[in-house]
Design a protein around this ligand. Sequence first.
Ligand code: PEP
Length: 244
Amino acid sequence: MAGNWKMNKTSSETSEYFAEFRPLVADTEDREIVICPPFTALDAAVKGALGTRIAIGAQNVARAKAGAYTSEVSGSMLRATGATYTLVGHSECRKHFGETDEVVLPRTIAALESDLTPIICVGESPEDRASGQTEMVLTRQFAKGIGPLTPAQFGRVVIAYEPVWAIGTGKTATPEVITEAHRIIRREARSRFGDEAAEALRILYGGSVNPGNAKTLMAQPEIDGLLVGNASLDPQSFAAIVKA
Ligand code: PEP
């Protein structure tokens, strides 16, 4: 169960969040929780999660290890904060900062080389869905961003299916739509990496998840977890989703 805070919360707001969130999820030992705050709040989040099983992730990672890449943050810098995950290829990065399928692969490899677990985001735009291109888009995103990984690298990634039309819009994809997309992703994984690797792959769903729909979504066998944006900003609401 992963939370993406997007560009929200200062470090002091992050500390307050963890003080409230920790006891709420203290009895959920059987599930993994990841919270991805902005870079500037990573330290506070790592401190806030100390002594719990809550993992902390970044929202992106630089392709390069170091050097003249103003505004970027490298995998080793992230790892040094205590973060253990990072999002890669989030649709808001694709939309606002021109990130492409081609960038997803080197960012994923950079994350893995720094011992971070990448949560790779894929998903079709509203136009892709309207024109019947969803399968083609997911297949292309897999082929360019994930397919070239080695089997060992692939075994360490998490994929999040996030249809762009469902992110921050209040329009959750139906269980049927999500199941179909997850099957396409798992099929691509099977054909490139084999049955065992495809079965072990964790595929999260993201897009307007809230405490009211989380239980229905988690009841779908194809959905291994959720990537939650806006509803993860409130400790009560994210805890309710984690428990669902
Ligand atoms: C996200 O930011 O990854 C996301 C799924 O956002 P929301 O839950 O707000 O749609």
